[in-house]
Design a protein around this ligand. Structure first.
Ligand code: F0G
Length: 479
């Protein structure tokens, strides 16, 4: 572990779940039955689940205790006050609307703010954000800064492009969304400097700027440790400053709320709040619960504060960096710097023999499952390679995201994953390209059916018999 010896988990474990067990032969059948789509595999068949960090974290004893105080009143519940006041403290936004998860907030905000044929600009929108923007007839455009290896703030939005678009399209830009950290772009942080500049430019042009705040606490830690002038500030102070540059925010509390569900919209704009409220009441629930139970709101209120704890954040960011370093030591290409909530494998580099339109990320992801029972998420052309009308577009990245659920797995789980991936990478020329058998045009990765183009997804010759890799590695106590 070398320089990362200082990343001991800052918690002990009170409640545990057994890891599922299965064999390579069983997994091959499961994979085929699921149409080579890991979203369609039952979780009971996954040994290490790195599909997402969303809603998969472990809650603390204090969160569970708070849930017992849940006030389930329909209107004006005490739990809503706890929820609202915590969010007010962190964000400085006075008006707070609970929602059942992030995409519900996207729907509300897009319906109120976006117009047909208008533009929504972003460092990079998450897939559901883009789908909601496009469902209003608006066009979503990403403009991240060019990714530079080991640059501290690859999540920044390209200010020059932003200015150009705003100048060229007067009164045509409905909204600017900064995704903090930038999930689709490798979990990369956004600097305070960039947040400030984006905000200034938007105010000059009278365009609203909202934060997609899913991972605001992780972003605060990157600002604290990597941006000049912030090392002495607490994550809470930094978060408050970040929010102060926005007109509002949407947050899925399944991420930095360390909860299994939930979210909120917050703003200081009373007019917007009123319009959002109508949508929330119609689609989510009354304004003091928005689809959440009182106990959910209690858990979120406690979780948001825990996510800003320095010991928690130091371990969170450092342990994921250590995970990335271990992969690099095993000659696996990862996106560098490593992100805040995930390590992203560069599937295009690991499988250079597979064309982008034959989905190297998807193929590699299937092999991770086959060989190690590991489920990750492919961010590439299956997800982003098509417009809603069915025309193809080329997404220029093929990544496999190993998202790390909060407080759930330990270093020995990471070591297992590193070992499996290291062995796959050493034989990656044998990974088969993939083709789509059946898929919708919107959010197609969730339900697409694919198949390998070659006879086998991944077979390794070993002393004359084709065995796969699983037998070559130490067992880790797994079949
Ligand atoms: N914005 C970002 C940046 C996200 O990462 C997500 C979800 C959402 C919005 C939507 O929130 O799931 O609560 O509706 N990301 C998950 C992921 C699903 O795996 O990255 P939601």
């Amino acid at each position: 572990m070398g320089k990362h010896d200082n990343v001991m988990e800052p918690f002990k474990i009170k409640s545990v779940e057994p890891l599922p067990q299965n064999t390579r032969t069983e997994r091959l059948k499961i994979l085929k039955d699921a149409g080579y789509n890991l979203f369609l595999i039952p979780a009971k068949d996954v040994i290490i689940d790195l599909l997402t960090d969303s809603g998969t974290g472990a809650m603390s004893a204090n969160q569970w205790a708070a849930m017992m105080h849940g006030d389930e009143s329909y209107a004006g519940a005490r739990s809503f006050e706890h929820f609202r006041d915590t969010i007010r403290t962190i964000t400085g936004f006075n008006y707070v609307l609970p929602i059942h998860q992030g995409r519900a907030g996207e729907r509300v905000v897009c319906h109120v703010i976006c117009d047909k044929d208008h533009l929504v600009l972003s460092n990079t929108m998450f897939d559901t954000t883009r789908a909601h923007v496009e469902s209003t007839g608006a066009v979503g455009i990403d403009m991240p800064v060019e990714f530079t290896k080991n640059a501290p703030f690859n999540g920044d939005l390209d200010i020059i492009k932003l200015k150009k678009y705003l100048k060229k399209n007067p009164n045509k830009v409905s909204l600017v969304i900064l995704t903090v950290t930038n999930n689709m772009g490798g979990g990369q942080p956004v600097s305070m400097q960039n947040i400030k500049e984006v905000s200034e430019v938007c105010r000059e042009h009278n365009v609203k700027v909202y934060m997609d705040a899913c991972r605001f606490a992780e972003n605060s830690w990157f600002i604290k440790t990597q941006e000049l002038g912030y090392s002495e500030k607490s994550p809470m102070e930094i978060a408050k400053e970040m929010f102060s540059f926005f007109d509002g925010c949407i947050m899925s509390t399944k991420k930095d709320g360390i909860c299994n569900s939930g979210g909120f919209i917050a703003t200081n704009d009373q007019q917007m709040y009123t319009q959002f409220s109508h949508e929330v009441i119609l689609n989510e629930g009354f304004v003091t619960y928005g689809g959440l139970t009182g106990r959910d709101m209690e858990a979120v209120a406690v979780g948001l504060m825990e996510a800003l704890d320095e010991n928690y954040l130091r371990h969170r960011i450092e342990s994921i960096r250590a995970f990335g370093d271990m992969l690099k030591q095993n000659c696996v290409s990862v996106l560098e710097p490593v992100g805040g909530h995930a390590v992203y494998l560069d599937a295009a580099e690991i499988c250079p023999h597979i064309k982008f339109k034959e989905f190297p990320g998807w193929a590699l992801n299937c092999v991770l499952y086959l060989e190690g029972g590991i489920r990750a998420c492919s961010l590439g052309n299956v997800m982003n390679g098509v417009f809603p009308d069915g025309t193809e577009r080329l997404w220029t990245k093929e990544l496999v995201r190993l998202a790390v659920p909060r407080r759930t797995y330990t270093m020995s789980h990471f070591k297992y994953v590193v070992d499996v991936i290291g062995r796959i990478a050493a034989h990656s020329h044998l990974v088969s390209p993939m083709k789509i058998v059946k898929a919708p045009n919107v959010l197609r990765h969730f339900t697409a059916i694919l198949s390998p183009i070659e006879d086998h997804l991944f077979e390794v010759e070993k002393t004359g018999t084709k065995t796969g890799l699983i037998k070559e590695r130490p067992s880790y106590g797994i079949k």
